[in-house]
Structures are given as structure tokens and as C-alpha cells.
Design a protein around this ligand. Sequence first.
Ligand code: 13P
Ligand code: SF4
Length: 311
Amino acid sequence: DLQGLDLRAEIDRLRKERNAVILAHYYQKPEIQDLADFVGDSLDLSRKAQATDADVIAFCGVRFMAETAKILSPEKIVVLPDMDAGCSLEDSCPPEQFAAFRAAHPDHIALTYINCSTEVKALSDVIVTSSSAEKILSQIPAGQKIIFGPDKNLGGYLARKTGREMLLWPGVCIVHEAFSETELLKLQIEHPGAPVAAHPECPPYILDHADYVGSTSGILAFADTMPGDTLIVATEPHIIHQMQKAAPLKTFIGAPGADGNCNCNICPYMALNTLEKLYLALRDLTPRVEIEEGLRLQAKKSLDAMLAMAS
Ligand code: 13P
Ligand code: SF4
């Protein structure tokens, strides 16, 4: 029974006792972001997980992120407060089907978004994140044929931006698919001149209205330097917590879904992590991420390629 426990104090005590580091993604609840040792985008979090000298990584994000931490830091205990914290992009790309897709296109390399299972990473040549994709793509020789999966929106955005043709896996993020173009246009009329910042997982009809397109950390940097004092944010709305902390006098508005508000754009997987579950994960050192060693080494190749090409 956790009633009456001061969860923040208990988490702090356990973090020291276990020599644990708490890593959190920008889509986590504000109370988790606030007590994390580090908050970041997928690339920053991978780098932190690799570099930390903690014995335990408590990963407040989704499963593919915690698995990435384990792949890069196998000697550490990696706990995820809720093992059901999956990702719709990962679900859209079952490894057997991806393997068949690769086999059907043997002259293509697989450039793969980090939002996928460890098995799909093991079937890929180079992993990318939204913050590193363009830089990595620019290092792949012209003429080299490319499969890009699992996010067709990120893949389509990269193809339009760089002029590089890629064979796209048809996956989407349910959260970023939920934005409504009609409601966004209405919001822009209510806030004339307010820029729109969007994550590249958004469909093209949303990205078409964006003044800035980038990863969560890129969007935060844009919020710092943007013209004016009101920003429309087309990504998971928990990121607004960091913006509001950095600039309390500015106004940040989550882009709406079809119902006219931004609550339908909360990531249901990210939202599974709570302070209570984080406390239990640190106390019991479970649920733990475990990956079979052969699979880990195979997946590490494509992640190492990303880290080398992104630096
Ligand atoms: P970032 O790497 O931009 O933080 O994106 C992670 C993610 O899951 C977006 O939906
Ligand atoms: Fe996956 Fe979308 Fe949630 Fe990111 S926001 S973790 S891509 S479901």
C-alpha cells in the first residue's frame, strides 16, 4: 500500500541507494520530467544511457527506448516502470514482415527509425532518430537504394526535403496522426501570426502548415528563439511543460485533434508510467529489460552506425 508515502522523497532515497539514473522523455508526465536526472529526445537519451556510470537506468519512456538503453549498456540493470509502454510505430512493423520486405528488395539498405523493436533494429543497417535522420541520410552515397521504415510520415518528409527517393514502410504514429488540419487552420485564424512547430511524425497535411519541423529537442530550441510570444505545438502536448518552464510568459498551445482540443494527442503508451510505478521499479528493480545476447549484438550494429554518423 503506497498511501501516505512521500513518493518523491522515496524515489530520491532509492535513486541514491541503488546508484540509479532516471532518464525521461519529453512526453512523460510533468512530475516525472521534474524529478528525472536527464530529460531528452531519443538520440540524447541513447547517448546518456551509453555514457552513464550508474548501476541502474530507470527509463521513463517507452519500451523501444529502454531496450535501446539496454543494447548500448548491457552491464546495467534497465527498468521500465510499465512494460506495456509500447509504441504504435513498433506495432506497425512486425519483424517477420519486415524481414520479408527486406528479402524482396535485396539491393536496398534499411535505414530505420529508432521507434521499432530490437528485432527490427537487428534487421536494419542504420538507425536514425528524428534529430539525426537528415544528417545520416546525407552520408549515404547517391544511388544507394534505401528502404525506410517504419514511419511513412518521417520517411516522406525526409524524401521531400532531400529529394532522395526511398521505399517506405507504411507505419504511422497514432498520436501524430490524430491532429486535424481543419482544427489547426481554425486555431491559426484565432492566433494570427503564431508560428507552428511540428514533429516529422505528423502527416504531410499538418507539416504543410509548419514553420518549423524537427525532433522534440529541435522543437524546444525553436520555442526559445521563435518570433513572437505564442507557439502552436504539433506534437505530444507534455512537451509544453518544458517550454512553459523555460519561458513562463510565452503562450504555448497544443495543436488540436478533430474534437478541437489536444487531449486526444496524449501518447497512451508514454502515459502508462507514473510516479508510483517508478517508485516500485526502483524498489524492486523490476520490470527489467532483458535481451538475448546474439540479438543484442546484431541490433547494436545498426545503433552504433547511428551514433557514429550522428556525431
Ligand atoms: P524524438 O526523438 O523527437 O524525441 O521523438 C520520439 C518520439 O517517440 C516521437 O513520437
Ligand atoms: Fe510511439 Fe507515437 Fe507514442 Fe512516440 S508518440 S512513443 S511514436 S506512439
